[in-house]
Design a protein around this ligand. Sequence first.
Ligand code: PMP
Length: 452
Amino acid sequence: MNGKQVNRDRLRRLLSEELERFERDHPKSRTLFERAKASMIDGVPMNWMVKWAGSFPVFATEGSGAYIHDVDGHRYIDFCLGDTGSMTGHAPEGAMPAIVDRVRRGVTFMLPTEDAVWVGEELSRRFGLPYWQVAVSATDANRFALRLARHITKRKYVLVFNYCYHGTVDESFATLKDGRTVSRYGNIGPQTDPAGTTKVVEFNDIAALEEALAPGDVACVLAEPVMTNIGIIHPEPGYLDALREITRRTGTLLIYDETHTMSAGPGGYTGAHGLKPDMLTVGKAIGSGIPTAVYGFSEEVARRIRGSIDKEGADVGGIGGTLAGNALSMAAMRATLEHVLTRESFDRNIALAARFAEGVESVIREYGLPWIVKSLGCRTEYWFRDTPPKNGGEAAAAVDYELDRYMHLAALNRGILMTPFHNMALISFKTAPEDIDYHTTIFRESVAALFE
Ligand code: PMP
């Protein structure tokens, strides 16, 4: 890699200064964390919270629009937005009245409500797929889509891209090593060796895709149309056309996971680019953060599913979720789609994301850094390499845990929350231009401390 290199001693010194400042500024979060250790493993309600950049997580009190407050009285400009769950902004005004009203009138009945019909019709309009089902999370939507794909194709494998993330879906915890599928680093207690369920290829590699699908034993490809979980990796020109053509030719179903790529617009990347998947999944922001997700099917896939599931066994077939499709989640999706995730809102925050990227790029230019910025609609991210990675393997090779941690913590100590585990910013429908410019100032200060 060309260009300026980070002085590791200086980086470590800066990181320890930021850690000291973090601890000094967050005494109440520390007290709660110490108390939580007695009732929760590692003092956190969810295992990955231990990975936040500070010595312990910040304990939040409330979120409103683009901002979060913590127990120590700090306010943060929130560019993490619950890793997309709150892309709508926290407690979005457009959705809150319907959500609160629904909470008062009963949340879960094991019966459909009229909102479900409205949501199905609207999803069809946005994503171009005529039929829909509801799950509790994007993970579940993906798991159920994989099951249905195997069910109707009678094929055993699924194909995913190297360093993808689709939630806690067993089949997707696989990476490529020397051309072979292996269990992903960190995979906790896998129920089976993913080599027996999964084929992995690099994104943007047409020849590898051809080869993997040629034997006709892959039920489906599960893919983000733009990779977002190992940096943002765009498809090369013609790649998604090739993916569609090869999957069709080999009788392999194509599932797009739009959970993050929804940042591209009201119909996600699929809507924005007229893509034609066989199935599509999307969760997180679609209910303003109320747990819910949906998965949709083409006419042809729906035809194959219809009548293929025995009514008597339908409740024990591995597709479920007692709370799936409950009245609250349907009301949340309806209100979110109708009033929050609208074309006008996207136009506004996509323009602000461009402003964010320009700010970061101007600092990169000023300091001659070998870093790049990539964007997808209202999502933007910087990465520590000098050219855009073509695939997950290339992107993963540039991960710099220490540098990530420093950039995150320096931002957090100055009132900015970035998405943990990578340097990603989401722009909410409530983020102000001044928030973006403040980030540029802080990003510049952090870089100056590293290189001046
Ligand atoms: N799909 C994608 C693309 C994701 O990034 C994630 C989570 N980050 C999921 C699915 C799973 O979402 P959840 O954890 O809400 O089930």
